[in-house]
Design a protein around this ligand. Structure first.
Ligand code: G1P
Length: 278
């Protein structure tokens, strides 16, 4: 029912300079796998096989990663190194990739609108690869959200509780609980101060959006930091219809920050790499 997943991957990754001077931040590895591959695998596990990248200048290696590398594969064919490419080969075989470019960085809302040409008129997932989400032994976060979508048929944002001193980094919702882990959104604010925040429920980088969001983004003027915010467009959608917020199962690592990146690396090393699962 939902087939497509949009990956806004045009950002600069300035917090990782100089590593990200010529390399996309989404290609930084957590142990031996690039961040964006974790995101794409989460989309595939949710049944979203059409992967749409909104890229920018200097992001070509993301497309190369999801393509065959003839020379390398020829070199290691028949050796024990061949095994190391089985995972990515599997991803490439299962998915279809398309790409469009965002010429200017005008915010997440603008990035998503740029992807309209790849999405068309159907509901779709959005994954921000910086937010690495792991739910060991259970459904990934996007798969959990697809299940919810089948029940509610409207846009959904993933949320988690965050401490007050962190709330200014996120979009924050207020809502009416319809069950323990699901809220109907009544308010939404992008990166509020701790005093202004309507709750401690922060949006993390997983969305399911219905296609009417594109016109709503077009009607949304630049907001916080002069950028077109998806949070503001979603607030319009919540007023006109319905937006749900889902408290997902699993752990989220903020791999857009050095601390979160190191934490994710240690976690994946212990839980996956050492167990032979990476
Ligand atoms: C974006 C969104 C924000 C959300 C966050 C999750 O912000 O604008 O609402 O809480 O992703 O990671 P960014 O972190 O790109 O500034």
């Amino acid at each position: 029912m939902i087939k497509k997943c949009l990956f806004p991957v045009a950002g600069y990754g300035t917090r990782f300079l100089p590593a990200t001077k010529s390399m996309p931040k989404e290609m930084l590895p957590i142990v031996n796998k690039p961040l964006v591959q974790y995101g794409v695998e989460e989309a595939l596990d949710a049944g979203l096989f059409e992967i749409a990248f909104v890229t920018g200048r200097g992001k070509r290696t993301i497309n190369d990663h999801f393509d065959i590398s003839y020379e390398l594969e020829h070199q290691i064919a028949g050796t024990d190194k061949e095994q190391t490419l089985v995972g990515i080969r599997n991803v490439i075989d299962r998915a279809v990739f398309s790409t469009t470019r965002q010429r200017e960085m005008k915010g997440l809302g603008h990035a998503i609108l740029t992807g309209q040409t790849l999405i068309g008129d159907e509901p779709f997932g959005v994954i921000l690869a910086d937010d690495l989400c792991i739910n060991e032994g259970g459904d990934g976060v996007m798969a959990q959200m697809v299940k919810i979508y089948k029940q509610v048929r409207c846009s959904i944002v993933a949320i988690e509780e965050v401490p007050k001193d962190q709330i200014h980094k996120f979009g924050v919702i207020a809502g009416e609980a319809v069950r323990d882990d699901l809220y109907r959104v009544t308010n939404m604010v992008e990166k509020p101060s701790a005093e202004e925040a309507p709750s401690n429920l922060a949006i993390i980088g997983r969305y399911i959006l219905t296609p009417d969001i594109f016109d709503l983004i077009r009607q949304t003027p630049p907001g916080k930091n002069g950028e077109v915010q998806i949070t503001d467009a979603l607030m319009r959608q919540a007023k006109e219809g319905c937006v749900m917020a889902y408290k997902f199962k699993g752990r989220r690592f903020d791999c857009g920050s050095v601390d979160g990146f190191v934490e994710a690396t240690n976690y994946c090393y212990e839980h996956f790499y050492k167990q032979g699962k990476l």
